[in-house]
Ligand binder design. Sequence first.
Ligand SMILES: Cc1cc2nc3c(=O)[nH]c(=O)nc-3n(C[C@H](O)[C@H](O)[C@H](O)COP(=O)(O)OP(=O)(O)OC[C@H]3O[C@@H](n4cnc5c(N)ncnc54)[C@H](O)[C@@H]3O)c2cc1C
Length: 279
Amino acid sequence: MKPAAFRYHRARDADGAVRLLAELGEEAKALAGGQSLVAMMAYRLARPRHLVDIGGLRELDRLRTDADGALRVGALTTHHTVERAPDSLLGPGFAVVRETMRWIGHLPIRTRGTAGGSLAHADATAEWCLLAVALDAELHVLGPHGTRRIAAADFFLGPYTTALEPDELLVEIVFPHPAPYAAVTEFAERRGDFALASAAVVLDRDGGTVRGGRVALGGVGPVPLRAAAAERVLADGGTFAECARAAADALPEEGRGAAYRRQLIRTLVRRACEEADAR
Ligand SMILES: Cc1cc2nc3c(=O)[nH]c(=O)nc-3n(C[C@H](O)[C@H](O)[C@H](O)COP(=O)(O)OP(=O)(O)OC[C@H]3O[C@@H](n4cnc5c(N)ncnc54)[C@H](O)[C@@H]3O)c2cc1C
């Protein structure tokens, strides 16, 4: 199939892109790496009348760690840029972000697809979305009336649905706290496919002792979810096996594939805990 007819607009800068999106209204879409949007247009699952190409906005293609330890990722940073970022940019505190990139599709997709595009697209099993929830990211958004910050926990509203307004642009993703003891793991049917389920674990360690941690799951709900029961087990000094069981037991027992998904989550959470602890 071919996409429905559309008009192409190239933005000169982020403010210009927002102006164009505001002028063109709900029929317009930003085009970043095109790795999700163009496929959806080809299948006519999306039929934007206008595309605002933000792909050339170098100002949004940046990656840096601040003096306060926060990692800032410009929305147009590709998955591959992060994947090959040197230690001077992504030290031990954010190695998990770099290592997670390998799970995303195949190399050609990673060289074009962007962090911002992935978060704005909001597939429930996308790795950037899982990382954002697990690492408490803050999403910086530019609109006609200036910028606003949205916590990852409030950003994802449902499958392919976010808190972004049609005339807003995601400009930066900020991971506020280094996470040296963190790991993401997942299971997909074939290498490069979207995950069936995924788990992210961020351990809070004091020397060799685990004091608690955050556990986030992908592929088990409409958006990536924190696993509160599993986190309580970590805070109470439980084992990784108990933490994994609590994450799985909190999932629905009924429904197609429910037992299989629970088993997957149990395995993935335990593996992520062990990998995070071994860092
Ligand atoms: C075969 C294949 C396999 C894939 N496998 C995976 C996978 O395993 N895991 C995974 O996470 N992804 C996967 N992807 C998707 C890939 O990661 C995309 O790069 C990503 O989902 C979208 O990024 P993009 O830059 O291409 O965005 P685009 O396709 O250009 O845009 C996607 C959506 O986001 C909006 N958008 C883009 N940028 C912004 C912005 N800055 N502000 C506001 N809105 C914006 C667009 O309007 C559009 O609605 C796969 C894709 C393919 C084709």
